[in-house]
Design a protein around this ligand. Structure first.
Ligand code: ATP
Ligand code: MG
Length: 351
């Protein structure tokens, strides 16, 4: 029987609330019957850790994480602490140092969930592959001058290798005959995106069985709303991916439903986190939607090779949304924990 060691980082705000429900679901699907077991080890990193130690995570955090099979993460951020500290002190170092260069974001509708889309535009069912380690979020640049002469320069860094590997991964997800859309803005950003387009076309040429198009980010934003069903796999830069995947979460009906994986293809160690942040405005009130975190648990099990257990979680989620056991973000009045209860009941009903 396979045993997987999972590093659990609940983090801040609603992170611990949604992760708690994800863990209940994970405990329910693992075990002797399932043919695998999980060792869930909680790491109390984040803003509370910062209060005690002056940093978001210990100095040996990265080597510690490397000893695990997977990382299950909630969210970080607290209004009294600058983003520079929380984001750059925890999530970005994990992505970069573990070289998790793919941010994978499946977008799909769950049954029973009200979406902002009119039925005639069709259902979104696509996967966004976001570059996760370079591009616009490279962090290079600075501010100079003062008063009305002050200026800021923000430099994006795009490497041939970085583009090539993320586009290659996007193609690896695409079934023969399906469509890969490469998202750029090469008419306005005249250095980085012509390189991106060039490399993407080279990768596409190696996959003649998959359809390929390039599209500017503004047109993609428009088409995601007007004709979401046309897309299969989309691949784009760090910034464009960040923005468009929140749009995708909107199409799904709530940010609280959206799940993501941060991974390095071919490597077991990957990090799974809901797309939403720590949501301080609703933290501590028991009304956060846990389904995004639960969908992450399914993504994690699928990545570990436990596809059957992942499928069980997906089916339980569909069961719960079909019954409209909803938190307030979806127009319901259930608590985070009640959604967890409904998931466990749905898992028990399954054959
Ligand atoms: P970050 O900078 O970490 O991405 P953010 O500023 O984008 O954070 P979020 O924390 O994701 O913000 O919250 C955005 C809005 O969505 C808030 O109003 C929040 O209450 C709501 N929200 C986020 N996650 C959930 C959830 N799981 N359930 C219900 N509402 C949520
Ligand atoms: Mg956000």
């Amino acid at each position: 029987m396979n045993t997987y060691r999972i590093a659990v980082i609940p983090g801040d705000g609603i992170g611990p609330e949604v992760v708690a429900e994800g863990l209940r679901v994970l405990r329910a699907v693992g075990g002797a019957d399932a043919g695998f077991s999980l060792e869930l080890e909680e790491l109390p990193w984040g803003s509370a850790y910062y209060d005690r130690h002056g940093r978001m995570m210990p100095g040996d955090a990265i080597p510690t994480l490397r000893t695990f099979d997977s990382i299950y993460f909630g969210a970080v951020g607290r209004p009294d602490l600058p983003d520079d500290l929380t984001v750059w002190g925890l999530i970005l170092p994990m992505r970069r140092e573990l070289d998790l260069y793919v941010n994978l974001r499946p977008v799909r509708l769950y049954p029973g969930v009200p979406t902002p889309l009119r039925p005639e535009v069709g259902e979104p069912h696509f996967t966004f592959v976001r570059e996760n380690t370079e591009g616009e979020y490279a962090g290079l640049g600075g501010r100079q001058g003062q008063g009305e002469y002050e200026l800021a320069v923000q430099t994006g860094v795009f490497t041939r290798r970085g583009i090539q590997r993320v586009v290659e991964y996007a193609f690896s997800l695409a079934a023969p005959g399906s469509l890969v859309t490469s998202v750029t803005k090469s008419n306005a950003l005249r250095h980085a995106f012509p390189l991106w387009d060039e490399v993407a076309a080279e990768v596409a040429a190696r996959h003649p069985d998959v359809r390929f198009e390039k599209m500017h980010v503004d047109a993609v934003a428009y088409q995601l709303v007007k004709n979401p069903a046309r897309f299969g796999v989309l691949v784009g830069s760090n910034l464009f991916g960040d923005i468009l995947t929140d749009l995708g979460a909107g199409l799904q009906g709530s940010l609280g439903l959206a799940a993501s994986a941060n991974l390095c293809p071919g490597q077991r160690l990957a990090l799974f986190e809901p797309v939403h942040g720590s949501a301080p405005d609703i933290a501590g009130q028991g009304k956060a939607n846990p389904l995004g975190a639960v969908a992450c648990a399914a993504l994690m099990l699928a990545h570990l090779g436990e596809r059957e257990a992942a499928g069980r979680i997906e089916r339980a989620m569909e069961d719960v949304t079909r019954q409209q056991v909803f938190t307030p973000d979806l127009g319901g009045s259930c608590s985070t924990h009640e959604v967890g209860d409904a998931l466990l009941a749905a898992l028990e009903r399954e054959p």
